[in-house]
Write a protein that binds this ligand. Structure first.
Ligand SMILES: O=C(O)C(=O)C[C@]1(C(=O)O)C=C[C@@H](O)C=C1
Length: 427
């Protein structure tokens, strides 16, 4: 087996776009090893994933057609280049194709990646490909644009798919939400951080400015159902009590998908909580603007990559770790770990606990009163120091003494952009 850095692949033409692009030239990232001459039927990846050649080829076709529709949509992209109510020239908004119906141009949403699309694909061109969960108009797309200006934002239908897109080299980075100032932690992504091997290389915070959207002509009083991402519903709970007190609330994959669903199904009794950019993309009217319960509603996103960045000391850095206490040591370990940081004057910015999936229960007691069943946890801690600083290294050396498991998820620059409650662009 020999490592290759570039090759030409012919692939099955499954779509008109793919047929147009019959020959597909791409660079294969160095760490991917490919059997030369294409005699072998499978490809191996650093994580041990072996991929059948037919799968690779058909997935190239699927992804190529997605990318081609992205590339063809420049005109409309200019018109819709507003994120969360503000013009945003930094996101590559080539994410909505344009179809002509009766001489009129109408936006056709590009399908997000699904788990079945996940086979290795090459890097395209020079712009960074950034996976996010949701469809165009989601806040996560705005976060991807803030984190990586001029990136190609790749919509994924689930968080897990975004992780895998990076692991399989379909995307170069993922940008995923981890916490919101009103709704709290997005637990799923904490669990996925542990399950996958990606590194945190940065963070971005996005002011989230929600609108209530409906089909043109629909009045707020006629809305009997409000759909959105559970976090968005939680962030607008009190506003919705006032605006639509009798409407049922239903969870949706993401805010923009809820808006898209209303438009696609011509639902006159349903409204969505989503961004003003989603209103523009899916031709909905804004019934109410700024309906987040706190005007300073902010969501924090992590930037994830296959490789860690080198920690520095010339600007404020944050480090994220996850650990499990040594068995039978109980919660006193948490106190000891926190003191390791306190003694070194290192501030913690976040602590989160999740079930210890390998060891969820600890049975204690000598039997005289029965047995107590205590839950075991994984603790996630963010602290304000760079791993390049001796005090951080010493703190972690001490933490290691009390823990059965310790992983540094990443040491990365803090988002220090000036505070602005209303503008995604200025944030
Ligand atoms: O649904 C979206 O638009 C998302 O980007 C997801 C998400 C989240 O998961 O918290 C991101 C930001 C807002 O807090 C609401 C929803």
């Amino acid at each position: 087996m020999q490592a290759a850095t570039s090759c030409d692949l012919k692939f099955r033409s499954t779509t008109p776009t793919a047929r147009r692009n019959k020959r597909f030239s791409h660079a294969i990232p160095k760490r991917v090893s490919v059997t030369c001459g294409y005699r072998s039927e499978s490809f191996s990846f650093p994580n041990g994933v072996s991929v059948n050649r037919a799968d690779w080829q058909s997935s190239c076709a699927i992804l190529s057609s997605k990318v081609a529709s992205v590339e063809n949509s420049g005109g409309l992209a200019d018109k819709i280049a507003a994120v969360n109510g503000h013009t945003n020239g930094s996101v590559n908004l080539g994410i909505v194709a344009v179809e002509s119906t009766n001489g009129k141009l109408a936006p056709v949403p590009v399908q997000p990646l699904t788990i079945t699309d996940l086979s290795p694909a090459p890097l395209h061109g020079s712009s960074l490909r950034v996976a996010y969960q949701g469809v165009p108009g989601a806040y996560s797309e705005a976060a991807a644009g803030k984190a990586y200006p001029n990136c190609d934002a790749i919509p994924c239908d689930q968080f897990d798919v975004a992780f895998q897109a990076v692991e399989l080299w379909i995307a170069d980075r993922a940008v995923l939400p981890v916490e919101n100032s009103l709704g709290g932690s997005i637990h799923r992504n904490y669990d996925l951080l542990l399950r996958h091997r990606l590194h945190i290389v940065g963070e971005v915070q996005i002011p989230v400015h929600h609108c209530l959207l409906a089909l043109p002509g629909v009045r707020t009083a006629c809305v009997s159902r409000v759909i959105s991402h559970p976090q968005a519903l939680a962030q607008t709970e009190h506003s919705l009590d006032v605006l639509t007190p009798h409407a049922a609330r239903e969870a949706f994959h993401d805010t923009a998908a809820a808006a898209e669903y209303i438009a696609a199904n011509n639902l006159h009794d349903t409204a969505a909580v989503a961004s003003s950019r989603a209103a523009e993309l899916y031709n909905l009217q804004i019934l109410a603007d700024g309906i987040q319960d706190d005007p300073g509603n902010v969501t924090r996103f992590l930037m994830l990559a296959r490789e860690p960045i080198i920690p520095r000391t010339d600007r404020p850095f944050k480090t994220s770790i996850v650990f499990a206490a040594q068995e039978h040591k109980g919660t006193s370990v948490l106190f000891k770990v926190l003191s390791a940081f306190a003694f070194r004057d290192i501030s913690l910015t976040k602590i989160e606990s999740r079930p210890h999936h390998n060891r969820p229960l600890r049975v204690v007691g000598d039997g005289s009163f029965g047995t107590a069943k205590n839950f075991e946890y994984m603790f996630y801690v963010d602290f304000e120091a760079s791993m390049a600083e001796p005090r951080a290294q010493n703190a972690l050396a001490e933490v290691q003494e009390y823990t059965s498991f310790l992983r540094v998820l990443g040491s990365y620059p803090m988002d220090m952009t000036p505070w602005s409650m209303t503008s995604t662009e200025d944030a």
